[in-house]
Design a protein around this ligand. Structure first.
Ligand code: PBG
Ligand code: ZN
Length: 323
């Protein structure tokens, strides 16, 4: 009989041997929402299993993350006080600066990545300083320098600007280098689309814009060539890691960026992508665990080296064999 392709699928052993793509716990970055205050552990209704924590409540969560072998967390802060510019974001005693210090002191092995943006800190929920009804790029970059410097002084390991301002990586690189923080790398949100998949996150981070949308700074979903230009800009400006976000509706973009640039690539498996799988799983409509693993594998196979995902703990349990 002729040898067909099914030969290599005959047994679990041969399937294991010829498998091309593997997920590892070390691929994952786990996002955390830290709220200023005390005694807060609030589940996000649209994101089952994901909570907002105040710092005094976060110890068990961090311990679990470390015990599962997850090596990196991405911090989002929710401040008590918001204003037009989001000035709490560069307060040395602000929620994220305190969180960075707390985690580095108590869990020194954990890599702490801080989100750099303003939408959680501004009263209007936009990702920078408003000029009329639009976000002003130049004024926002001035404040971005302050925010990043405060995070660097608090001991952050890596920063990740998510606001989609032009030249943000260049400005941050300059500010860090000028102040003796040459060792802190930048993960650029290089290719970030204006996406409806961010819906649940905006509840989680209390960061929904009070008017309008983010289409004057985030990318149009239809554009692929523009994604290459955005990624090229981050490369030129000194990013250490590139990112495509969201992941699932943009797997073609992940592959293309991976093929074109010699930098590690992250993909952000965003809140809406998580919520959909959780919701269908809870309804008994899909096998949640298998769909989760298939989804993460698909993102990796598309070309992502790093996956930022709310599934990090669930997937780590599966990979560790103790679910
Ligand atoms: C804010 C920010 C958003 C996300 C990460 N940083 C939302 C937005 O741009 O409105 C989305 C993450 C997710 O949906 O999981 N700059
Ligand atoms: Zn933002």
């Amino acid at each position: 009989m002729e040898l067909g392709l099914r030969e290599n699928r005959k047994t679990a052993e041969i399937r294991d041997a010829v498998r091309e793509t593997h997920l590892h716990v070390s691929d994952f970055i786990y996002p955390l929402f830290i709220e200023e205050g005390a005694n807060i552990k609030k589940e996000i209704i649209s994101m089952p299993g994901i909570f907002r924590y105040s710092l005094d409540q976060i110890n068990d969560e961090l311990k679990e993350v470390v015990d599962l072998g997850i090596k990196s967390v991405l911090l989002f802060g929710i401040p008590l006080h918001k204003d037009a510019e989001g000035s709490e974001s560069w307060n040395d005693k602000g929620v994220i600066q305190e969180a960075i210090r707390y985690i580095k002191k108590n869990f020194p092995a954990l890599q702490v990545i801080a989100d750099v943006c303003f939408c959680e800190y501004t009263s209007h929920g936009h990702c920078g300083v408003l000029c009329g009804h639009d976000v002003d790029n130049t004024l926002t970059l001035v404040n971005t320098r302050k925010q990043v410097l405060a995070q660097a002084k608090a001991g952050v390991d890596m920063v990740a600007p998510s606001g989609m301002m032009d030249f943000v990586v260049r400005e941050i690189r300059d500010e860090l280098d000028k102040n003796g923080f040459q060792h802190i790398p930048i993960m650029g949100y290089s290719v970030k689309y204006a996406s409806a998949y961010y819906g649940p996150f905006r509840d989680a981070a209390d960061s929904a814009p009070s008017f309008g949308d983010r289409r004057t700074y985030q990318m149009d979903s239809a554009n692929r060539l523009e994604a290459i230009k955005e990624a090229q800009a981050d490369v030129d400006e000194g990013a250490a890691i590139l990112m495509v976000k969201p992941a699932l509706a943009y797997l073609d973009v992940i592959r293309e960026v991976k093929n074109k640039f010699n930098l590690p690539l992250a993909a952000y498996n965003v809140s809406g992508e998580y919520s959909m799988i959780k919701a269908a799983g809870r309804n008994g409509w899909i096998d949640e665990e298998r769909v989760m693993m298939e989804t993460l594998l698909g993102i990796k196979r598309a070309g992502a080296d790093i996956i930022i995902t709310y599934f990090a703990k669930d997937a780590a349990r599966v990979l560790n064999g103790n679910n």
